[in-house]
Design a protein around this ligand. Sequence first.
Ligand code: MN
Ligand code: MN
Length: 393
Amino acid sequence: METTIEATRGTFEGDAEPISGERGASILGPRNPALEAENPSLLLPPETDAGTIPNLKFGYAQARNRVLSGGWGREITTRELPIAKELAGVNMRLKPGGIREMHWHKEAEWAYMIAGRARVTVVDAEGGNVVEDVGVGDLWLFPAGLPHSIQGLEEGCEFLLVFDSGDFSENETFLITDWFAHTPRDVLAQNFGLPEEAFANLPTDLDNERYIFAGDVPPTRDDDVVAGPVGGSRQRFTHRMHAQEPIEAPGGRVRVTDSRNFPAATTIASALVEVEPGGMRELHWHPNADEWQYYLGGKGRMTVFASSGKARTFDFQAGDVGYVPFAMGHYVQNTGTETLTFLELFKSDHYADISLQQWMALTPPELVAAHLNLDPATVAALRADKQLIVGAP
Ligand code: MN
Ligand code: MN
């Protein structure tokens, strides 16, 4: 007996056929059941999907991993997901003591700790320095150009990095070992006021870029102090996102972090969204920027409305990246049995969205009714409070 995707939608079975009533037919040729099961809305799209829309999904499971002595890192940039021009992301793992080499780059770096703990360091242009420990649910923001490092603590860690340019590459950052390797020894000696012999043991082969290398777990935070000429930085570069009081919604909750509660986040705004089973991030769009998503847990389905009669649906699971180009309407359904958790990121100093329902509720009812042939009772039932996440029907 043939199983249709419509019948199994949300259960991710691997042998479903693209058949819906009289439409469609079974697959006779080669197939990849595992990948098809992860993308049932591509194999058999809802009938409301139409038109050509660029790919809006890429999973870290398909991203090339750079594996080194201290851990690994894999990136999703415009090279993997060409539509994602405003933001790029890196998923990185550091073993206990593993070090993401001292470096800097042209883009601002936003980060969310997924598991474990790390010690981060940063030095600002005034000589203010920060050495701080971050744990699960914490963020950091390193402004463009400021030098920094990340090191796994006793339990190691894994985190998501997001950069405010889709063209960013984690493999093209300014590394301290790289600069030393490309500076003559006599220049180093003069610069630091030290004999050339002090630099006799610099790493030399170029595969040696340390990038992510094994290290010893650092001393406790209180014993890892560097006194500077101006004391600590006047800026705060870390933030406890998960400790924020969430906005409770009918079908879940949302935490928003942007420059209003984390002043360093001048170019990257974020929301941590939890949608309970059966719930849905409501129909909405963003009036200020593209949306870059990272799915942390659960299973979801998003349909993006691109105007001109175009709409396309994508399925997501933990570890996937989704993208919504500027101003396109969208909603995200929880299609699983667990809480769907994802991050929304925007290249902006503030989070903003427009709710379809709130817009309609705040427009004269006869005007709304005239567009959609709605009866007065239906228009009167529209909710003027932004729902954010609606509950199960
Ligand atoms: Mn960095
Ligand atoms: Mn959105």
